[in-house]
Design a protein around this ligand. Sequence first.
Ligand SMILES: Nc1ncnc2c1ncn2[C@@H]1O[C@H](COP(=O)(O)OP(=O)(O)OP(=O)(O)O)[C@@H](O)[C@H]1O
Length: 175
Amino acid sequence: MSRTLPNIIITGTPGVGKTSHCELLAERTGLKHLSVNDVVKSKECHEGWDEEYQSWIVDEDKLLDAIEDEVKQGGCIIDWHACDLFPKSWIDLVVVLRVESSVLYDRLTERKYPELKLQENLDSEIMEVLLQEARDSYDEEIVVELQSNDAEQMDENVDRIEAWFKQWKENNSSA
Ligand SMILES: Nc1ncnc2c1ncn2[C@@H]1O[C@H](COP(=O)(O)OP(=O)(O)OP(=O)(O)O)[C@@H](O)[C@H]1O
C-alpha cells in the first residue's frame, strides 16, 4: 500500500533540537509529531530504567510493534535519537540535526545531564555517530544533514523540510 503522506525521521544527539523542530514542523505541515520517548513511556516499550544514564532501556521490538500500524499509514514525524531500527520501507526522509560542541555542552548542562551521559553525548556528536548511522541505514539521497545551532538555522531547516513535504505530496498525488 502506498502512502498518501510521507514519514520523516528527525534524529540527532540528545539536545540538538529534535523536539523543537518536530513541534514547529507538525504545526506547519499537519503531520503528526511521533515522540518515541513518549511512546516508550506510555506503552511501556522498555525493560526498566537505567539509573546511571537516567533513561529507559528500550525494547526495540515492542516499540516497533507499538508504532507499526500508525507509521505504515504515513504522515508521521518520528522524533528519536536513533534511526537504524526503523525499516527502510517506512521512511521517506531522514533529517540528521547537528550542533557545535560548545552549544551542545551548554544545552545539556542546562538540562542537568549526569556527567557520564553528557560526555558520551558530546563524543557522539563530535564522532558524527548519528549521521553515520543514518547513512548506513538509508539510501543516501533521503538523508539530509542540517545545522541546529541557533533559532535562525532552525527556521531555515523547518522552511526547507516544509518545502520538501509540499514537493513530496505533489509528486505522489494520484490526480
Ligand atoms: N536551533 C536551536 N536554536 C536555539 N535553541 C535550540 C535549538 N534547538 C534546540 N534548542 C534548545 O535546546 C534545548 C534542547 O532542545 P530539544 O529538546 O528540542 O532537543 P532534543 O534533540 O529533542 O533533545 P532530546 O533528545 O533530549 O529530547 C531546548 O531548550 C531548545 O529550546
